[in-house]
Write a protein that binds this ligand. Structure first.
Ligand SMILES: [Zn+2]
Length: 191
């Protein structure tokens, strides 16, 4: 892959533009995550978006010391892409930037009963949070000395995070491809 295709899916336009991938690009489905890989010249951008459930086992803010430690441990591990992604060493890729972000969706009591109490005014502060969903986003920028050697990559997420069962991968380079990865098929092919 030498050059990124000029035309990319609208979904992917922000892949290399945003410092923090805060917008959830994939439907929030526990057990599944989205991986986007964009190669443009020597720059390789890798975006991983996953429900926090897959990586932590919970999605609300950490409440106990144990949960806080899990969050910090995840943060430390994921800042090093080699923790979960093995690029061909011949491509000679050096990490130039890492961004971590998150997106939280909450459902409050008032919202569920909106249709039943149309004339009632409730203050948001009074509304009890019924459910909370959190997506975590990880963005990595690499500079690869020999990008022609980027023919495949090993994804080790399934080994670290058993709650993750499926990864939808989108690869943008000379051409575009969609691949479905899982524990039995963890190798990303880069055309
Ligand atoms: Zn969720």
């Amino acid at each position: 892959m030498k050059h990124a295709a000029k035309l990319v899916l609208p979904l992917l336009i922000t892949a290399s533009g945003s410092a923090l991938a805060q917008d959830s690009l994939a439907p929030h489905v526990h057990g599944e995550a989205l991986l986007q890989v964009v190669l443009d010249g020597q720059e390789l951008v890798v975006n991983l978006n996953s429900p926090a459930f897959n990586l932590l086992g919970f999605e609300r803010a950490p409440e106990t010391d144990e949960e806080q430690a899990l969050v910090e441990n995840l943060d430390t591990n994921m800042r090093d892409p080699q923790f979960w992604l093995e690029l061909p060493s011949a491509a000679n890729c050096a990490l130039s930037r890492v961004s971590l972000g998150q997106h939280v969706e909450t459902t409050k009591q008032g919202e569920l009963h909106e249709h039943e109490h149309e004339h009632e005014h409730e203050h948001e502060d009074d509304q009890k949070i019924l459910s909370e969903h959190r997506d975590l986003a990880f963005e990595y920028h690499f500079l690869c000395a020999d990008p022609d050697q980027l023919d495949q990559a090993q994804v080790k997420l399934f080994k670290h995070f058993p709650a993750l069962t499926g990864l939808h991968a989108e690869i943008i380079g000379d051409s575009q491809s969609l691949q479905e990865l899982n524990a039995a098929n963890p190798v990303l092919r880069m055309p």
